[in-house]
Design a protein around this ligand. Structure first.
Ligand SMILES: [Zn+2]
Length: 492
């Protein structure tokens, strides 16, 4: 039987705040266990939480980026449960009154565009982290109380690849606006997936399975693919899918049952009496809306249109906001968008990958790269000289024009000077010259290289190519003139 796949996602994103959701404790990752804690986030009796205004702003910004309606009034509830990772026996979260309602995110998979609906986004605090050692388990409360948003999608994703595309687009959008770092591997973005199958074309949804522990895009793809096969096999064999929560085991490549519906929690949500509702004025919402950055999709489209870039270039350059900012600054400086794109996409991104630094941290300024490109454009230096200078500008910075002057790297375009180098190179390399005359075209490239070497890389490569070709052909003329093995009348 053929089945339609229905997937919905629940995504937690850690907000980029200096302090926690309801207390002043720090949020730095990697701190010694239980060093960023206080009576409030540990839930001591008699303490009172206070709402972090920056977390509210970031939650609202996330909603605005995804075209959600921002609630003028949202409220916090207590979600009761008894686990070691919640010392006060409830987690503070928004339940019936979230900060953002509705919304959507557009994705493209295999060239096809789709709009995925968002049900809601709410604010909540994170729970502590259980750490399991060989003979004992510990709880690290540093993460307890850290500000999060939870985003729930409509069950509108139809394939594992769409789920991954959604997460990637979400990550890009939230990182652009500095809402969060959104790194699945580091756990500051976490994803649970709900998946069900129904006979192709059927209206009614099948029984859904929730999958947890998806800590990479690869895990999301693999776990969903596995679950589709598992559920289809079960249904084809006449079995019934029982609602349950399963965990992805990446090592074994399978999902494993965690708990069934009979164990489903009754969280007994009720309004937190310690917290006032979050009330946002229309002016406040408008003020935040005015600060929204251009979204990734809009920027891709604008880069392509404004600088005449192919779609692929625009996609690569717009993927990260600092790279896109850098590109635009370079393009403005040198006045050549395509050249700026070529230099960044090949040379600069390679240097960044090799050095493991971000574009903001490297010493290369957009002004310096723009000037370097302009020096090539004006013919002051040739492309190889510019490429040789780049690693130095990248690691140490500097002014390209000053470096070119100080080191005498200016391109030599004087035909007489180049002709002399060509004559020397041809005279010094009789072997390759003979090879060329015997039909080995590649030997010409070697001779061009020898001329560039004689010029210490400064000769205009175009002129060198032309003069080497002319010199070689002159020698061929000499040979045939000597009447050697050449039959008369042969057209070369
Ligand atoms: Zn605290």
């Amino acid at each position: 039987m053929k089945y339609d796949v229905v997937i919905g996602l629940e995504v937690h994103v850690q907000l980029k705040t200096v302090s926690k959701m309801f207390c002043g404790c720090g949020t730095q990752a990697g701190a010694e266990p239980n060093t960023q804690i206080c009576p409030v986030c540990l839930g001591y009796p008699g303490t009172l939480p206070a709402i972090n205004g920056e977390a509210v702003r970031l939650g609202a910004i996330a909603g605005m980026l995804l075209d959600s309606e921002i609630a003028r009034c949202s409220k916090f509830d207590r979600k009761s449960y008894f686990y070691p990772d919640v010392s006060k026996n409830y987690q503070i979260t928004q339940y019936p009154h979230p900060i953002c309602i509705g919304g959507h995110l557009d994705i493209t998979v295999g060239g096809a565009a789709r709009r995925i609906g968002i049900t809601r986004i709410h604010l909540e605090e994170d729970v502590a982290k259980s750490v399991h050692h060989a003979t004992f388990s510990g709880v690290d409360f540093n993460r307890c109380g850290v500000a999060l948003i939870e985003l729930v999608t409509e069950p509108e994703l139809r394939a594992p690849a769409e789920a991954v595309a959604f997460l990637q687009a979400l990550r890009q959008t939230l990182v652009y606006a500095e809402v969060g770092e959104c790194n699945l591997e580091q756990g500051n973005m976490r994803c649970d997936a709900n998946i069900s199958l129904r006979p192709a074309g059927a209206e009614r949804l099948g029984t859904k399975i929730e999958i947890k522990n998806l800590n990479s895009f690869k895990a999301v793809q693999a776990a969903l693919e596995h679950e589709i096969v598992r559920q289809a096999d079960l249904l084809n064999a006449g079995g019934v899918i029982l609602q349950e929560t399963r965990r992805w085991n990446a090592d074994a490549g399978v999902t494993e049952s965690m708990r069934g519906k009979e164990n489903a929690h009754d969280y007994r949500y009720f309004p937190d009496p310690d917290l006032l509702p979050v009330v946002l004025s229309a002016e406040q919402i408008a003020e935040w809306r005015a600060t929204l950055p251009e979204r990734p999709a809009a920027r891709r489209a604008r880069l392509a249109a404004e600088y005449g870039l192919p779609p692929y270039d625009a996609e690569v350059l717009a993927a990260e906001r600092p790279v896109a900012d850098f590109f635009e600054a370079v393009a403005r400086r040198c006045g050549n968008g395509k050249a700026a794109s070529n230099w960044i996409m090949t040379e600069v991104l390679r240097l960044l990958a090799e050095s493991g630094t971000g574009i903001e941290a490297c010493a290369l300024t957009p002004e310096a790269l723009g000037d370097l490109i302009a020096l090539v454009g004006r013919g002051t230096i040739n492309q190889p000289t510019a490429k040789a200078l780049l690693p130095e500008l990248f690691s140490r910075g500097g002014d390209p024009a000053a470096l070119v002057r100080a080191r005498g790297l200016g391109q030599v375009g004087d035909a007489h000077v180049i002709a002399e180098w060509v004559e020397t190179a041809l005279a010094d390399n009789p072997g390759p010259v003979a090879d060329y005359l015997a039909g080995k075209q590649a030997a010409a490239g070697y001779l061009v290289g020898q001329v560039m070497k004689l010029s210490r890389g400064k000769a205009d490569p175009k002129q060198v190519g032309a003069l080497v070709a002319r010199g070689l052909e002159a020698r061929r003329g000499g040979e045939s003139g000597s009447g050697a093995a050449q039959a008369p009348g042969v057209v070369l």
